[in-house]
Write a protein that binds this ligand. Structure first.
Ligand code: AQP
Length: 351
């Protein structure tokens, strides 16, 4: 069975973007792949953070994976820092990573500029090496990646090939290893179209946990009235409220001049489980005033069962702990086997 690894960072409240762009897709993937879904806590400290929030967000994220339908009889669910091999492999990979590769990462450039260059920790620069370690440890065949992670996955692939060339094959065999490639080179798995959810306050920026305004996102745990309020106040466009809705001013998908419109319609399509054609037909002739209540109801209806299930899971600490313990032990088994090979191939004395 082909293997997939994926995760979300506990950097805040899990929102509709994380759900529609990642977690919801995992539910289908876990039926056809060997899947490992982890809470990416080690990555969550690359920028200044609040320790209590990290603690809470880690548990909440784990509970939400399960509440959204991740099934522990099919997938391993674990916390990244519970599997020590991630950090250990990262060090080994760092020695084979040219610093120029890291300096050219767009996300590093953007995030360090935002944080003010002097205050940036080394971890922000070396983040892609930890990501490579997350993936290569499990000999993953595929990694679901959004647009902004494509460059990091490319670095993972290059690094896997580099380490295979430097230390694999006959050189490894001479050290008593099996020879051949040390790492499988993973392929990107591009999520279904339309799964990039944009901010509610700016249709050109993606919905994000770290955006300062909570109004910009729908969190999976937002109560009904909060959802209703956010949709009521979300940014629409200058077509808004125009009467009497001539057909060319209808709500529409894919008009680059109307990013908010495309985003809200796409969200409606995804949470109502309808086709694009159905939504296009339904929304012909609607104005924002009549569309927003439809979207609000669809969101509330979709998120309600997730919220109920989340409450059950989060209040049962023993259950959540046992899921994470079991997940970490399954993951560690695979990860430790890879790590042992890497140490051997790199010439370390076996323990
Ligand atoms: N707006 C989005 N639309 C679709 N998918 C999204 N993802 C994130 N935002 C959207 C997907 O969620 C997964 C986990 O993301 P992450 O936590 O590892 O980091 P991120 O992409 O940086 O997510 P955020 O919410 O924007 O967090 P912060 O603000 O901390 O950076 C990934 O699969 C991602 O594609």
């Amino acid at each position: 069975m082909k293997r997939i690894v994926s995760g979300v960072q506990p950097t805040g409240s899990i929102h509709l973007g994380n759900y529609l762009g990642a977690i919801k897709n995992w539910i289908a993937l876990q039926n056809t792949y060997d899947t490992l879904f982890f809470i990416v806590d080690l990555h969550a400290i690359t920028l200044p953070y609040d320790t209590r929030e990290l603690f809470k967000a880690t548990r909440d994220t784990a509970a939400l994976y399960l509440a959204c339908g991740v099934d522990t009889s099919k997938a391993s669910v674990f916390v990244q820092s519970h599997v020590r091999a991630h950090v250990e492999l990262m060090w080994l990979l760092s020695s084979a990573t040219p610093i120029g590769w890291l300096n050219r990462m767009i996300q590093f450039k953007e995030k360090s500029r935002k944080a003010g260059d002097e205050n940036v920790g080394v971890a922000l620069l070396t983040y892609p090496v930890l990501m490579a370690s997350d993936i290569l440890l499990y000999q993953s065949d595929f990694v679901p990646v959004g647009e902004d992670q494509k460059q990091h996955l490319e670095l993972t692939r290059e690094l896997a090939e580099r380490v295979n060339n430097l230390y694999g094959g006959r050189k490894w065999k001479k050290l008593g290893g099996r020879g051949g490639a040390i790492f499988k080179v993973p392929e990107p798995l591009i999520p279904p179209a339309g799964a990039r959810v944009m901010s509610l306050t700016d249709g050109l920026s993606k919905m994000s946990k770290s955006a300062p305004s909570d109004q910009s996102r729908i969190n999976l745990l937002d109560p009904k009235d909060v959802i209703a309020n956010k949709i009521k106040r979300c940014k629409t466009d200058s077509f808004s409220g125009l009467i009497p809705n001539p057909p060319e001013k209808s709500l529409e998908f894919d008009n680059p001049e109307r990013p908010e419109c495309n985003n809200l319609l796409s969200v409606y399509q995804l949470v109502s489980g309808r086709t694009k054609e159905d939504v296009t037909k339904e929304c012909q002739g609607l104005n924002w005033g009549s569309f927003k209540p439809l979207l609000t109801d669809a969101l509330i209806e979709h998120l309600h069962p997730i919220q109920v299930r989340y409450e059950e899971i989060i209040s049962d600490s023993a259950y959540l702990d046992s899921v994470l313990e079991e997940g970490a032990s399954k993951a560690a088994e695979i990860a430790d086997a890879t790590l042992k090979n890497v140490y051997q191939a790199m010439g370390f004395l076996q323990r």
